[in-house]
Design a binder for this molecule. Structure first.
Ligand code: FES
Ligand code: MG
Length: 576
């Protein structure tokens, strides 16, 4: 038997007799028909996140086949293994609640089983950050392979895609503009096949951001799920993973403060999902880095939105792929990036930009000189209503509402909102501010994407399309509106959001970066004594208990406190 410490020999089960442990291990894996020749080489784990509940991962079996081919061509042995799979629509109470569980699963399975590098196949929103967090903590060479965006569908001649158009059609249905028959028809068109949502939602955002971070094959974020490009990327990813194993190229060499700054710059330039900031905070946290939200805001004042994709713009991911994908964006952003950052290939980001095809006409990625939106897609707000920050996606907001003062209409929970928002007797007008409490990490729990509060039906029927909405929840990256999210600390953790009452005046000033509750401090203190702490059914055991006891606030990425090493630096480096 080989005495190298790689491959099958790695991490033997502790029986106190190493030779016997390896003997047993070989006996069992040979039960699957492997020869000594196959086993006596580096092993590349491939994470299988396919699931009958996950249409976004429906092509995982194909991608595993292609990645295995790449690993074999590079002389290593591919071994797929499962972890949990999370789909946005099949993760009660919310996918965010399960993200950390998936990260623990990923980390521990990488650690428990003998492999020298790992290919992380993910795609749907929470899976890519969960895998990044887990792989960073496990510390083994790791490379992301996303399932890729779905193609667009067509409804009565109009191009549609999940899930910006899902929301648009549903809003029209609520407003009475689309009837029962048509809404059923459009339901068959929105998701025409395998892959992740084809707009700049969280899945697309995380794919692009992880590529920018250097943890994915260059150009790997955008190829459609069902394309030949996607399979070739999978094959190349497998081969690269074998090379990374030999070079022992580990995440901590790639996921540096400067690389995270590049990722933040790209998040802003793509008009990415607000979820991206939470996930990047969590990913950075796993390598001891703390995101400086104010510095992120300063980057946003310099970096414009360049990518014309829904929901901020007009197009879909397949169009961005045809326009050259992330390398086209990176080339335009060159002056804003740290080009010396190492990537999975062993080359720097700058070298990868130089290698990518350039100089062809395209209409999806704008220039810095003539951008889609003059500032970054997101702004960070502070004020007495959000002492530790809140986020607004200004590129997807109504410009006239970015500075607004209005009367609060308060919902105390997601359930309260569901029960009353469409009540014809609800005292609400178009220039009011809708406030949702107790929808944060601990409050809901799991910080659901409830921040995109529906426009009260009676106002929707009058043609009201947008209102200022404020919550400690998140919002789907596929949604748009003047929506203030991630108010921190959340209401359930004693944040001032819990103290807002109907009729209070709230002032939003996105240019000034402020969010103010116009109520005297004495009155807020009085209200604090009468504010109840919510109790969650079943919170005395299991994962819910673990979650509620340990989840951090949004500014720390909603990771669990015990998964995060001590903070040794900030992103951007030298920030704060
Ligand atoms: Fe999976 Fe949108 S639901 S990416
Ligand atoms: Mg989403």
């Amino acid at each position: 038997m080989s005495d190298t410490k790689q491959g099958l020999n790695k991490g033997l089960t502790s029986y106190g007799d190493e030779g016997f442990s390896l003997f047993l291990r070989k006996a069992f894996i040979k039960g699957m028909g492997y020869s000594d020749d196959a086993l006596d080489r580096p092993i590349i784990g491939i994470v299988d996140t396919g699931s009958g509940f996950n249409a976004c991962h429906a092509n995982v079996p194909d991608l595993i086949e292609a990645a295995k081919r790449g690993v074999l061509l590079a002389g290593a042995l591919p071994v797929p293994f499962p972890t949990i799979s999370i789909h946005e629509s099949f993760a009660h109470p919310t996918s965010m609640y399960l993200r950390n569980l998936m990260s623990i699963d990923t980390e521990e399975m990488i650690r428990a089983q003998p492999m020298d590098a790992v290919v992380l196949i993910g795609g749907c929103d929470k899976t890519v950050p969960a895998q990044s967090m887990g792989a960073a903590s496990a510390g083994l060479p790791a490379i992301h392979l996303v399932t890729g965006p779905m193609l667009t569908g067509s409804h009565r001649g109009e191009r549609v895609g999940a899930c910006t158009d899902c929301r648009r059609f549903w809003a029209r249905y609520r407003a009475g503009e689309v009837d029962e028959g048509e809404i059923a028809e459009v339901n068959e068109r929105l998701v025409p096949g395998a892959g992740t949502c084809g707009v700049m939602g969280t899945a697309s955002t995380m794919a692009l951001v992880v590529e920018a971070l250097g943890m994915m094959l260059p150009g790997g974020a955008t190829a459609p799920a069902v394309s030949a490009d996607r399979r070739r990327i999978a094959e190349a990813t497998g081969a690269l993973a074998a090379e990374m194993a030999a070079a022992r190229r580990v995440p901590s060499q790639i996921m540096t403060a400067k690389a995270f700054e590049n990722a933040l710059t790209v998040l802003l330039a793509i008009g990415g999902s607000t979820n991206g900031i939470v996930h990047l905070a969590a990913m950075a946290g796993r390598v001891g880095l703390k995101l400086d939200l104010d510095a992120f805001d300063r980057i946003g004042r310099k970096v414009p939105v360049l990518v014309d994709l829904k929901p901020s713009g007009r197009n879909y991911m397949e169009d961005l792929h045809d326009a050259g994908g992330l390398p086209t964006i990176l080339r335009e952003l060159r002056d804003h990036l740290h080009l010396g950052c190492l990537t999975v290939t062993g080359r720097t980001l700058g070298e990868e930009i130089d290698r990518a095809p350039a100089g062809f006409p395209q209409e999806i990625v704008a220039t810095v000189a003539d951008p889609v939106y003059p500032q970054g897609g997101m702004a960070v707000l502070r004020g007495n209503l959000a002492p530790d920050g809140a986020i607004v996606k200004q590129s997807a907001a109504t410009p006239e509402l970015l500075r607004h003062r209005g009367r609060a209409v308060v919902f105390s929970s997601v359930e309260d909102m569901a029960a009353r928002v469409d009540d014809p007797n609800l005292d609400v007008q178009a220039d009011d501010v809708l406030v949702l409490q107790n929808a944060g990490p601990k409050g809901a729990p799991g910080m659901p994407e409830a921040g995109y509060m529906p426009i009260p039906r009676k106002l929707a029927r009058q043609g009201v399309k947008d209102m200022v909405r404020i919550s400690d929840a998140r919002m789907s990256g596929t949604a748009s509106g003047t929506i203030v999210l991630h108010v921190t600390p959340e209401a359930a953790a004693g944040g001032p959001l819990a103290l807002v009452r109907d009729g209070d005046m709230i002032e939003l000033d996105v240019d000034g970066r402020t969010l103010t509750l116009d109520v005297p401090p004495v009155e807020l203190e009085r209200r604090r004594s009468e504010t109840l702490v919510r109790h969650h059914e079943g919170s005395d055991r299991g994962y819910l208990k673990l979650f509620l006891d340990h989840v951090l606030q949004a500014d720390r990425g909603c990771d669990f406190d015990f998964l995060v090493p001590p903070v040794t630096g900030t992103v951007p480096a030298g920030g704060e």
